[in-house]
Write a protein that binds this ligand. Structure first.
Ligand code: PLP
Length: 447
């Protein structure tokens, strides 16, 4: 292992240098990437030197998501303390299902869940760390389904169950509805207001219509930070409707749910404590490596009912509170907790708050830049870390593709209603004012 660790250190040092000198790798065409980088396999193994070369080549041609010119997705940058946590998780290689196998690592995950419940306002809640935000939404949906009809877990679905989410929510909801046997056709897409928030009056109207037709409404998927606009649904208003019709309210905070760590911005999720379940991705706003998702619910019993199964060959020590397999979707499960814990321990609650607040500060700077430069048309709203704009009326798809292909900048585009735009995501909290200015400079030069 020592020689591999030495190789690892040298390679990472080279990569970090490259990230600084060449933040965007020139993309290899998909038609030739396998041949160009020798990604295929052969019967015989490789000489050490050749192996090191192919590994290095693959690493050096990989998109640099931690660099200062990566603005393409809802994650970016690198929090070093979290990286160390994840590297240690790989070396330790525990599976998070039992205390016997995970030991203190199960305690770490439990501590994260407890603290999250406290921040959300679930007094006797519980949770788990699912493999991503999509799966967190899935678990929310399954709990809602089972809470509405306790027979489904054994008999399967016998009623027409309907669910509700906004037009601009994440695409995991239709997939999840299919996985859960509820069916994509039973989703009602609720209208947005002009700033991309779900319209509670339209939600109520749709629920009433379904009830009148004899259907069984059971679930509302709200969003704290929609994928494109970064909009926050009004949780209190949605909770009023859910309470009235006895629907489960899940808040998908994969993108921006980490505002719960910020005194200044947590008002965006006011009413959180009235929801039934909530999730956030630490690998988005908090900057841990992918993936680190937290799902919490105020209905501890429902989490166990929906996700536990007897397994004598697994649960052998009776450490129920730390046998986390009874509340998770998988059996063998990666340790996604340690990276968040190493970061959180290092910087404290105040440090996480700073990380979150800094992203809003960077977004304000970017919006200001667009407002002060006549070549830009701004489409985004305050209180969002997605800054949406167009430059000189250039088609955003053409612009983003050109910037990517020329190796200048990685940024994506999005759409709200019929308007397409470039979407700058200020999620990399290791960036400062200089990097935001550099973003615009790179865009203007490359356009
Ligand atoms: C609002 C929202 N929900 C869920 C997800 C999915 O999260 P993951 O990629 O971890 O599955 C995303 C991802 O961007 C998102 O923006």
């Amino acid at each position: 292992m020592q020689s591999e660790l030495k190789f690892f250190n040298e390679l990472v040092t080279k990569l970090l240098e490259k990230e600084r000198s060449e933040p965007v790798v020139e993309p290899l065409p998909t038609s030739s990437v396998i041949a160009d980088l020798d990604l295929g396999f052969s019967d015989e193994g490789m000489l050490e030197e050749d192996w090191q070369k192919v590994v290095e080549n693959a690493v050096m041609h990989t998109p640099r998501t931690a660099s200062k010119l990566f603005f393409n997705q809802l994650f970016g940058g690198r929090q070093p303390k979290a990286v160390i946590g994840d590297l240690l998780a790989v070396i330790l290689n525990n599976s998070m299902y039992t205390y016997k196998v995970a030991g203190p690592q199960a305690g770490i995950e439990t501590a994260i869940i407890k603290e999250t419940c406290k921040l959300v306002g679930y007094t006797d809640g519980d949770g788990t760390m699912p493999p991503g935000g999509s799966m967190s939404n899935y678990m929310g949906l399954v709990m809602a389904r089972d809470a509405k009809d306790n027979t489904v877990r054994y008999a399967g679905i016998t009623k027409r169950m309907t669910l509700y989410t906004s037009n601009t929510s994440h695409y995991s909801t239709p997939k999840n509805a299919a996985f859960a046997g509820v069916g994509r056709d039973n989703i009602r897409y609720i209208n947005n207001d002009d700033e991309g928030r779900m319209n509670p009056a339209h939600l109520e109207e749709c629920i009433q219509k379904d009830i009148a037709q004899g259907h069984t409404p059971f679930y509302v998927n709200a969003t704290a930070g929609t994928t494109v606009l970064g909009a926050f649904d009004d949780i209190n208003a949605l909770a009023d409707v859910c309470q009235k019709y006895r629907l489960w309210l899940h808040v998908d905070g994969a993108y921006c749910g980490a505002v719960i760590f910020s005194e200044k911005h947590k008002h965006l999720t006011a009413g959180m404590e009235r929801s039934d379940s909530f999730s956030y991705n630490a690998h988005k706003m908090l900057g841990t490596p992918l993936s680190s998702s937290v799902l919490v619910t105020k209905h501890k019993d429902q989490l166990v009912k929906s996700f536990s199964n007897e397994a004598d060959y697994l649960y052998q020590t009776g450490d129920e509170d730390f046998d986390l397999g009874i509340t998770s979707i998988q059996c063998g499960r990666r340790n996604d907790a340690l990276k968040l814990w190493t970061l959180w321990k290092s910087v404290g609650n105040k440090g996480l708050e700073k990380i979150v607040d800094h992203q809003f500060y960077l977004a304000d700077l970017a919006r200001e830049y667009c407002e002060n430069h006549p070549d830009y048309t701004l489409y985004s709203f305050p209180d969002s870390v997605s800054v949406c704009f167009n430059y000189k009326g250039i088609d955003p798809k053409d612009l983003c593709t050109k910037l990517y292909e020329d190796g200048n900048l990685m940024v994506g585009y999005g759409k709200f209603r019929e308007q397409e735009f470039v979407r700058l995501v200020t999620i990399n909290a290791t960036n400062g004012k200089e990097e935001i200015e550099q973003f615009f400079k790179a865009l203007e030069l490359g356009a």
